[in-house]
Design a binder for this molecule. Structure first.
Ligand SMILES: Nc1ncnc2c1ncn2[C@@H]1O[C@H](COP(=O)(O)OP(=O)(O)OP(=O)(O)O)[C@@H](O)[C@H]1O
Length: 210
């Protein structure tokens, strides 16, 4: 991407917590690192429309999602964001296939860029489709969560410490899938982590907050 991909200039407030965050980057894949409590998750929530900044502007890939001065505040469902949480948050009452299909509804069906079969192949989850979520390993769970996020046909992908619940061996297993998603989807991505060595394998540029 040639133009500025990420233009984030905002002030976050949450209870007694207040933080100004300024990130400007023309890279497609950036990482945000910082100590626990620095505001990384809050930043992703603000981008996703789950937390309203006290003031500021959020522009990603040329689209303005929030601008307090211009009174722009797109509702969360119109921001077209794929969000992968630390703890995956799969639906326990649905099998893997239905978890994936949950993302692929409504608007996402009308504008399909990431096809079901292609995503299943990309993430290597074909053998899991008929299974419940309870018996999945941590790495399998996160791959399904990634698939669900991609099938919602996002324009932006936000990853909040997707490896943090995994032990070292499982992290090494999941990383290549994250790299495939990065390389094959061509989506702007923000990758949040505590660990500089992990983000070096994923992101083109790292921003520290806090
Ligand atoms: N719902 C809330 N109400 C009040 N304060 C909150 C709320 N959620 C988070 N905070 C506070 O906001 C600050 C930033 O939290 P946030 O979760 O964004 O940090 P983080 O950098 O993602 O931390 P971690 O790496 O531990 O996940 C913390 O001081 C936290 O206690």
């Amino acid at each position: 991407m040639n133009a500025t991909t990420f233009l984030l200039d905002l002030e976050l407030r949450r209870g007694g917590f207040a933080r100004r965050i300024e990130i400007r980057s023309d890279r497609r894949v950036i990482a945000v690192i910082g100590e626990s409590g620095a505001g990384k998750t809050s930043l992703l929530h603000a981008i996703a429309g789950l937390l309203r900044p006290a003031r500021g502007r959020i522009e990603i890939a040329g689209q303005c999602l929030f601008d307090s001065a211009a009174r722009i505040d797109l509702p969360a469902h119109r921001r077209r964001i794929g969000y992968v949480f630390q703890d995956a948050r799969l639906f326990p009452h649905l099998d893997v296939r239905r978890n994936l299909l949950y993302g692929w509804r409504g608007e996402a069906r009308r504008e399909t860029r990431f096809e079901f079969d292609a995503i299943v192949e990309l993430l290597g989850i074909g053998a899991l489709l008929g299974r419940g979520t309870a018996g999945l390993s941590g790495g399998e769970t996160q791959r399904v969560a990634l698939g669900r996020a991609l099938l919602s046909q996002p324009r932006i992908l936000l990853l909040d410490e997707p490896l943090s619940m995994l032990d070292m061996d499982r992290r090494d297993e999941l990383l290549p899938y994250l790299q495939r998603v990065r390389d094959e989807t061509a989506l702007p991505m923000i990758y949040v982590s505590h660990y500089p060595e992990e983000v070096r394998r994923i992101a083109e540029e790292t921003h520290r907050i806090g």
